[in-house]
Design a protein around this ligand. Sequence first.
Ligand code: NAD
Length: 412
Amino acid sequence: MSTPFNVRQAAVIGAGTMGRGIVISLARAGLPVLWLDNDPSATEAGLAMLAQTWAQQVTKGRIDQAEADACLARVCAAGAYADLADVDLVIEAVYENLALKQDIFRTLDRTLNAQAILASNTSALDIDAIAAVTGRPEQVLGLHFFSPAHVMKLLEVVRGARTSPAVIDAARALGQRIGKEVVVAGNCPGFIGNRMLATYVAEARKLLLEGATPRQVDEALQAFGMAMGPFRMYDVVGIDLEWRARQLAGTGMEAPLVQVDNALCEQGRFGQKSGQGYYRYAPGSREAEHDPEVDALVFKVAQGLGMHRRTIDDEEIRERCLLALVNEGAKILEESVADCSADIDRVYLHGYGFPAALGGPMHWADQQGLSLLLARLERLQGLFGEHWRPAGLLMRLVAEGKQLADVREGRA
Ligand code: NAD
């Protein structure tokens, strides 16, 4: 039976990195997609990339030519918003800037049929602030895909304050239809995954300034089992994304923790895409090679900030990065941004390369023993300050002899 939110025809706005992967995911699952970018050459290049991707799949024997042709035929470039009037769902994937996204949502709200669901692929912006510019906030939500969107399994479905349960159900069904691991998240900066990542990366960046090198931090965390250390990950994602977002927003450029990233971007070292970032890459290779010039740059930036560098061992790197992740995860659980600790674990297993054998950060924390973990956080708080204050939920669980796995919707 057809429900008001049955998605039969989709549209994607933005034909960059994410738009391309999202279009592939939708078309591959049989959905017709209209594709709009304000730069028509971006859609053209996107369509060529899609054709190439599906041709490669045929060569590898994963799909046959008829399937490749059918996938490509499902995707049509749109020339204007009016062409999207009858779609059931639109996913916006333009630059990470609130004012720009709000502009687009105003236009979508004016142009699309009243039943259409409006989704944003924002990585961290406020879904409610986007929904507020429309006359249909109950039909606005986040659909946070991970890069590359046609490969990564995770899809965070972000619930705004006014998103209706039927719209969340439709998003969940769509995610399952396109083969994603769906996790519903509440609306807060960074949602589940990127909010936790921010605390983890902040520790990694502090460790650089205090005395570690990018390679040392990455290797210490890879020895724990992370698929990729944070600086290798930044090279893959593109160091310039956050740098450009800071420039567009006009805030955050001065923060000490981003000075190494700023300096790298000023030298055009954006990561793999430019052949050099935190590491260097031989032409055509994705193999991260140590670059002593980056160590020298880190040293220079730290000196410029007046930091007294010291020897840091791998144990301290793991302790600080992993406990930062877990403590933020506990706050997310406490605030009901995630419904349960298993959802947080799924986000980290399917979107962030947390070692599968350890079951995810929250499961790992339970296995460590929460009272011991609490004592470790209190020690870090004593050494490094208030940002290490343990989540209230952890204190409560320890007092009650419970685990993170016992928490449901903020309560144990
Ligand atoms: P991108 O720079 O690769 O592509 C953005 C596209 O949007 C460009 O093709 C540009 O021409 C188009 N665009 C800009 N303004 C437009 C407008 N007014 N109308 C129509 N099209 C417009 O960016 P991206 O990496 O694909 O990121 C897109 C969104 O996805 C951002 O919100 C980003 O935070 C989010 N995101 C990115 C990643 C990632 O790893 N790249 C991961 C998850 C989410």
